[in-house]
Design a protein around this ligand. Sequence first.
Ligand code: ATP
Ligand code: MG
Length: 506
Amino acid sequence: MSNEDELLRIEGIRKSFPGVVALDGVDFDLRRGEVHVLLGENGAGKSTLIKMLSGAYHPDEGRVLVDGHQVHIRGAQDAERLGIATIYQEFNLVPDLTVAENIFLGRQPRRLGMVDRRTMEADAEVLLKRVGVNVSPRARVRELGIARLQMVEIAKALSLNARVLIMDEPTAVLTSEEVDKLFAIVRTLREDGVGIVFITHHLEEIAALGDRVTVIRDGKSVGQVPASTPEDELVRLMVGRSIEQQYPRERGDTGAALLKVEGLTRDGVFHDIGFEVHAGEVVGIAGLVGAGRTEVVRAVFGADPYDKGAVKVSGAPLKGHDVGAAMAAGIGLIPEDRKGQGLVLDQSVEENLGLVTMRAATRAGLVDLKAQREAAARIAEQLGVRMAGLHQHVRTLSGGNQQKVVIGKWLLADTKVLILDEPTRGIDVGAKVEIYQLINELTAAGAAVLMISSDLPEVLGMSDRVLVMAQGRIAGELAADEATQDSVMALAVSNPTTDKEAARGH
Ligand SMILES: Nc1ncnc2c1ncn2[C@@H]1O[C@H](COP(=O)(O)OP(=O)(O)OP(=O)(O)O)[C@@H](O)[C@H]1O
Ligand SMILES: [Mg+2]
């Protein structure tokens, strides 16, 4: 390799926050036309590192070189001038502006001193086509789902004609088709000579897309290996030990049906949904994104209304559209959109962990703070939440550690029926196993678990029974030993309405 191929070099970067050394000597380099994966556990320092390149943070020590020259990236404009574009783990779009306005924020084309809307929207249209997303440039960002937001972010980065494109967990929220689309875009950019920094917790993506991998552990770069390195070796580098069993499901005896859903229908969204989850059981819900899985569990939890049907907990009918009633009956829901629905960002880890347990820890009307603190400390330890202490504000935790706090909060609550919507999204491989172990503990103690997951190996590895949804209906149910990648996918892409009619001879 000639030096000319080197776009970017980072040498000995250090960065501390109060109580935390986030980066403790990181080296990294990026070449033209490569995908360089940054790999590390939750809280290892990946996002902090790339924020040095986008100008969001400044290193305490160390150097950044672009094209062989040392640079000081003081803010977003410096980064833009150097051709560095970043797609953050937390989206950076303005909800009340349109898609086109977001893409060209601060750089709107002008005519006669006015924003030239028509040109802007036409240009946006071209970019959106290029990323292959079907969304109007005039749509408000607020109205878009999470996957489309991601695609708009990418379109925005493309509009900057970046030479360095940084993507912080871009696939965490995408469906497998969208991931394919994204990979195609990334490959095209690589061919055009763009250098791409790619962060992911999905190890299979590394060999599929990457060229080189830099592994970060506890704020230090601990190795640089080719992307073809076997997954177990990558895991060992990343967590410092090997992981024996990725899906440690321990099936026990099952008891009574704790959750019973009967004929649940919300017109136009889901139809005639019926299933049971028994004590001691993990039931997985598989399906393509858009199949209606989240909508169903939100209705079960009372977060959304339904038109027909019934939800019963331990045989007793539950009042519809009433989260308080669902919680009082012992149902918990760990939502898909954890940032929006699961956390109070400006409160401490301890306060967030206590949000649901408050009641359990209340004695004679007083919150037993000591009991609450002990429980919080125990679960944080178990999940390996990387933090300065229980007092740290959740906003300053790493993305994956924020997820762990939401999950911990519900695992602490004394729920009979726990519903998990994409429980391990954004969680590193080691912490995933800890979450699975906690699911085992819950079911061993007699709880019923209902788990939505788009991660097929996870559904197959952890469920005792799998329901597959397609187009708002349950397309089929598979016992653990019948559920395979193929049998689940066949149901997931089926059309339950016409298939049923066909079976009836229509
Ligand atoms: N503004 C901040 N104030 C205090 N601590 C911070 C701040 N930003 C990051 N940290 C800490 O720095 C460490 C590294 O966080 P970072 O977000 O870089 O991790 P990460 O590798 O991206 O993890 P994840 O996989 O969970 O996204 C964490 O312990 C985090 O709590
Ligand atoms: Mg991160």
